[in-house]
Design a protein around this ligand. Structure first.
Ligand code: CMC
Length: 426
């Protein structure tokens, strides 16, 4: 018999099995708690709750370890492409040559969006945030692929279709926002080249790729590709658990990602840095402001629910940003400011005591900026990167014969029963 946890409640002893993951992570399986005791657990924001077992991503926040399907993120960033990493996440193993060719072929085949959908872009005001457009367009895909309403039909085709179309939708929304003609995807180009071409090429001019930028984009997307049960992924799982279609579930993930505490932080970091620059404030002064809880200001791009050390993704991105800038023989005052701010925070007792370090969003925006991606598209870039992770997590849940609809409990703290009193009698 395996290890058990003992719980004493109202003088009675109960036992619950202990579950140990493949990396030694320990959990108490309380799935029978309510049936046995009448109690539920109370864990706001799920700080201590494992909502699922998963074989996709391993994250050790104390040691700064992140692995997809067992492979360290550093190795994937150095050797893999976003397409290969997407296959790894979704299918559980690195593809062989034929598998990769077939997967890439599907991505190429499904890269267009229905011509009628192009009219949707005209309905948005120019000021529309691209995340609003992206989430609506993704959900609208379910109208064009009604077979997706049967969630178990052609899951692989549905998800590969979305993986390919997301970057097309993202690039089209950018072109629309700047009033330029839409550029269609080209079959001869790789996933990342195609995205850059659709974003930055114009019909009348030749478009040349900077191989360093193509590589940087691959790395950025790989680093964002999955992060186990974060806010948007948990949203995808919860929404998907009702067996709604893939596009609806992914659209909900995009919306959860939008917030500044999650994927929206990359945009917020650049806005924060530009504000510091504009105001002429010293980094130490800004750090003091952040420490004052009444100011309601946070050091964006710092802190993480799980990482209590330097986010390994931030480390790679910081080096990557330095490399890209030095290759171009350029400097970026915003990068210098970010480094100064990091130094000021990391030596301050407030940040040391709370284990607050730079997260993935602290340096990613500077790199996106260097690629010419506008600030309001940063979170869209995060969504393109995160999509294979959402798909892998959704598929893992859908393939699990024991998965159930997600439905947390609550502890009610409102009024106890009282009589309805009509308006004129009050
Ligand atoms: N600036 C100032 N103080 C902070 C920050 C920050 N960025 N992050 C956490 N703290 C403080 C927080 O006020 C609290 O202090 P106290 O113990 O005195 O009340 C303590 O550190 C613990 O923080 P918490 O808010 O309880 O931590 P959490 O796990 O609930 O929140 C977080 C995690 C990422 C939402 C938070 O650190 C934050 O708001 N960071 C800024 C936004 C950001 O960069 N988000 C991107 C996260 S990484 C990308 C992704 O995966 O989404």
């Amino acid at each position: 018999m395996g290890e058990h946890a003992k719980l004493t409640l109202e003088g009675k002893d109960y036992e619950f099995p202990v579950f140990i993951g493949s990396e030694g992570e320990k959990a108490i399986d309380i799935s029978s708690l309510r049936a046995k005791t009448g109690y539920v657990t109370l864990d706001p924001a799920y700080v201590n709750t494992g909502a699922t077992t998963s074989a996709i991503t391993y994250l050790d926040g104390e040691q700064g370890i992140l692995r997809y399907r067992g492979i360290p993120i550093e190795q994937l960033a150095e050797h893999s492409t976003f397409v290969e990493t997407s296959y790894l996440l979704i299918h559980g193993h690195l593809p062989n040559k034929e598998e990769l060719q077939q997967f890439s072929g599907l991505l190429t085949r499904h890269s267009m969006i229905h011509e009628d959908m192009k009219h949707f872009f005209d309905g948005y005001p120019q000021s529309a945030h691209p995340m609003a457009i992206l989430s609506s367009m993704v959900c609208s895909l379910s109208a064009y692929y009604p077979e997706s309403l049967n969630v178990y039909e052609n899951m692989d085709i549905q998800s590969t279709r979305l993986l390919s179309k997301l970057r097309t939708i993202a690039a089209f929304s950018f072109k629309k926002s700047i009033g330029q003609p839409i550029m269609y995807p080209q079959d001869r180009l790789s996933y990342c080249e195609n995205f850059l071409q659709m974003m930055f090429a114009v019909p009348s001019r030749d478009f040349e790729f900077d191989p360093d930028i193509v590589r940087a984009l691959n790395i950025l997307l790989i680093l964002h590709a999955d992060h186990e049960q974060n806010c948007s992924t948990s949203t995808v799982r919860l929404v998907g658990s009702s067996q709604t279609n893939l596009y609806a579930a992914m659209s909900s993930g995009i919306l959860a990602l939008w917030g500044p505490l999650h994927g929206g932080a990359n945009q917020a970091v650049i806005e924060m840095l530009e504000e510091i620059q504009r105001s002429g404030m010293k980094c130490s002064e800004f750090v003091e402001k952040v420490k004052d809880k009444d100011s309601k200001i946070k050091l964006m791009g710092f802190g993480h629910r799980v990482y209590k050390t330097y986010d390994p993704r931030a480390k790679i991105l910081k080096e990557m940003t330095d490399l890209i800038l030095s290759k171009k023989g350029k400097s970026d005052p915003l990068l210098d400011l970010a480094k100064e701010l990091e130094e000021a925070a990391l030596t301050d007792p407030y940040f040391i005591e709370r284990n607050l370090y730079p997260n993935v969003d602290f340096y990613s925006g500077i790199l996106y900026k260097e690629m010419g991606i506008p600030i309001n598209m940063f979170t869209v870039m995060f969504a393109i990167g995160r999509l294979p992770g959402w798909i892998a997590q959704w598929k893992e849940m859908m393939d699990d014969p024991n998965s159930k609809i997600g439905r947390p409990r609550q502890i009610y703290t409102g009024a106890t029963e009282r009589e309805y009193v009509a308006m004129d009698k009050r």
